[in-house]
Design a protein around this ligand. Structure first.
Ligand code: AMP
Length: 255
């Protein structure tokens, strides 16, 4: 494949967040490859894998319409022809998302490594929606000196504030409304001098929300932020109506 390709890896069930990545990819290259592959290795929960929404024909049309020049929907055998060697995401792979999703980031790094080797893109466009994933992939690419430039794309929200996610379709009407507590907590925390307390308080106000974690991290190290931290980001993960949701925002009050 051409070296100047801009690559957008996805698991399909495309929404406007994915399309924004494709549009951003177009500004880096005329050749935009979109992969659609639901990676079994990154699902620690078989039920979540079974319920993951899939609609390849609609995905194909949406991606082409947004400017993709090639849609690549490989089979599992194409990506994992034999028993794959699982790549470790390292210690950060077991923190935050990794606490509740053991092995998830090992699966992510393993598939990204395979996808990058097949596509050999010059640019890969990844969403800030999955902030820890973005950080770990950047780290992996740097460590392994993989010749790809990672471009971070901003998180896209619905007009009511909910971060777009393929899993949102499973929320139901009540769940969707209840899930808004997450973005609300982030918007208030962003402006607050005491963001941890504010997030916890707002999240507790919604009984339908079950918290996994709500933290402020240092964007450079992915450690919990200290008073010296320059670039801070609030991360929230939790559950509404059996659906796991993830969101984050850059803090406007920085040291
Ligand atoms: P997924 O299909 O969920 O694996 O996501 C594929 C890519 O789209 C990843 O780089 C995600 O971070 C990105 N993405 C998913 N949702 C959003 C969103 N709401 N805004 C921006 N990027 C997103």
């Amino acid at each position: 494949m051409s070296k100047s390709t801009a690559f957008v890896p996805t698991m399909g069930a495309l929404h406007a967040g994915h399309l924004s990545l494709i549009e951003l990819a177009k500004s880096y290259s005329d050749e935009v490859v979109v992969s659609i592959f639901v990676n079994p290795l990154q699902f620690e929960n078989p039920d979540d894998l079974a319920k993951y929404p899939r609609d390849i024909e609609s995905d194909r049309a949406m991606a082409l319409n947004a400017g993709a020049t090639q849609i690549w929907a490989p089979t599992i055998d194409e990506i994992y022809p034999s028993n794959p060697t699982i790549i470790s995401a390292g210690p950060l792979g077991n923190k935050f998302e990794g606490v509740n999703r053991p092995g998830h980031f090992d699966g992510v790094i393993t598939v990204v490594d395979r996808l990058f080797k097949k596509v050999e893109p010059e640019f890969a466009i990844l969403g800030e929606k999955d902030f820890q994933q973005l950080f770990l992939i950047k780290q992996w690419v740097k460590e392994q000196q993989i010749p790809v430039t990672i471009i971070a794309a901003p998180l896209v929200r619905d007009s009511d504030g909910l971060a777009l996610s393929s899993r949102n379709v499973r929320l139901g009407d009540d769940g969707r409304r209840q899930a808004l507590v997450i973005s609300k907590a982030l918007f208030v925390a962003r402006e607050s001098e005491h963001p941890e307390e504010v997030m916890a308080q707002i999240l507790r106000s919604e009984p339908a929300f079950t918290l996994d974690y709500a933290v402020i991290i240092d964007e450079e190290s992915f450690e919990i932020a200290s008073p010296q931290t320059k670039h801070r980001r609030a991360l929230i993960a939790g559950w509404v109506n059996g659906v796991r949701l993830l969101d984050n925002i850059a803090m406007s009050v920085n040291a």
